[in-house]
Design a protein around this ligand. Structure first.
Ligand SMILES: [Zn+2]
Length: 245
């Protein structure tokens, strides 16, 4: 393939723009915020689980407390009824003795229930302390995630701006190149990540391999408008005065 040396030089300009686009892409993938976000998301999930677990324990204990309150109420109502019966006229001695006996049983039962209630309320308090701490940790983790996301978005925004600029730079260069030459460039770029490179100090600018004497002598004698490709890597080698041929 042939192309004017000036057009071949344009390939180097294009390669420079594309190298910058590659760097933008690399920076996009290797933003430190991405790892921070992954870690923060994990942390938010763990803390959400802790909050849910504490909430569940809390509502279980609330139900226990309500049940104990109902039981105590039941015992009190029963005891009040027994006391009323005892106080009423016409209670036989046998009935009175039975009622007294039941009142003692009810008093013991109430004592047991109240002890249990006290214990459950202490547990409830401890769970509430855990829940408050877990919620605070969740808020902190969510804040960390939001901060990292905001920084990622800001960095991505900067990269978008840089990328848009380089894409604009690319357009007039691409427009000036013959389709066939551009296709050859893109072929190398898709395979090697570089479409064209300067031949300098006998080295291919793409793969950095040193060319042997035979290749160099071929290049020296090749017409200026011949498009040369490095056999090893397939990338277009552009000759300029810097090539040192
Ligand atoms: Zn090469």
């Amino acid at each position: 393939m042939n192309a004017e040396p000036a057009l071949q030089q344009k390939l180097l300009e294009l390669a420079e723009v594309d190298a910058e686009l590659n760097r933008v892409e690399h920076r996009r993938r290797s933003m430190p915020e991405l790892a921070e976000i992954t870690e923060a998301e994990q942390s938010v999930r763990t803390r959400k689980d802790a909050v849910v677990a504490a909430e569940t324990s809390g509502s279980d204990l609330d139900r226990d407390i309500q049940r104990l309150e109902r039981d105590v109420d039941g015992v009190r109502t029963r005891a009040q009824r027994d006391k009323n019966m005892l106080a009423s006229a016409g209670v036989s001695a046998k009935q009175a003795s039975d009622l007294q006996h039941e009142l003692e049983t009810l008093a013991r039962r109430q004592g047991v229930l109240e002890d249990e209630m006290l214990e459950v309320m202490e547990q409830r308090e401890a769970v509430q302390t855990n829940l408050d701490a877990a919620r605070l940790e969740l808020t902190t983790a969510e804040q960390t995630l939001a901060d990292a996301s905001a920084r990622r978005d800001a960095s991505a925004g900067d990269l978008d701006t840089t990328e848009a600029g380089r894409r604009r730079d690319r357009e007039p260069i691409v427009a000036a190149l013959p389709a066939e030459l551009l296709a050859l460039y893109e072929k190398g770029r898709s395979r090697q990540g570089i479409g064209a490179a300067l031949l300098r100090a006998r080295r291919c600018g793409a793969c950095r391999l040193e060319l042997d004497t035979q290749e160099i002598s071929h290049i020296r004698t090749a017409p200026k408008n011949e498009v040369l490709r490095h056999e090893e890597c397939g990338v277009i080698m552009v000759r300029t005065s810097e090539s040192g041929l």
